[in-house]
Design a protein around this ligand. Structure first.
Ligand SMILES: [Zn+2]
Length: 109
């Protein structure tokens, strides 16, 4: 059995068709991608205060990562397999560096 491919056919190409979108050109659009993500993962109202105006973006991201438990502390890095020579807090050198320790328990932070 053999398959003959007509060389006159157009080349394959990627087509962007997010669910629920009306059939368009098939070209990728950031707007439809953003809307798809926002629809699939709606923002939680629990964290809306983080994105208030007047707060620097880097502070917003830091607070958001803190609330989501995503700051790259030494305990998290070592859980990913990243070699961490000393897992203890860089300030007090007494306890393992974790989000809880840095923001709530460290006496020197
Ligand atoms: Zn400490």
């Amino acid at each position: 059995m053999s398959t003959v491919i007509d060389p006159a056919l157009p080349a394959d190409r990627w087509i962007w068709e997010p669910p629920g979108a009306s059939s368009g050109s098939g070209e990728f659009q950031f707007r439809s991608c953003y809307n798809l993500i926002r629809h699939t993962f709606p923002l939680s109202s629990d964290y809306e205060f983080v994105w208030c105006k007047g707060l620097a973006r880097k502070i917003q991201l830091c607070v958001y990562k803190l609330l989501m438990g995503r700051l790259l502390t030494r305990d998290r890095l070592s859980s990913f397999g990243v070699p961490v020579p000393d897992p203890k807090c860089v300030l007090c050198c007494l306890e393992p560096e974790s989000i809880r320790h840095i923001f709530f328990e460290c006496t020197l932070a």
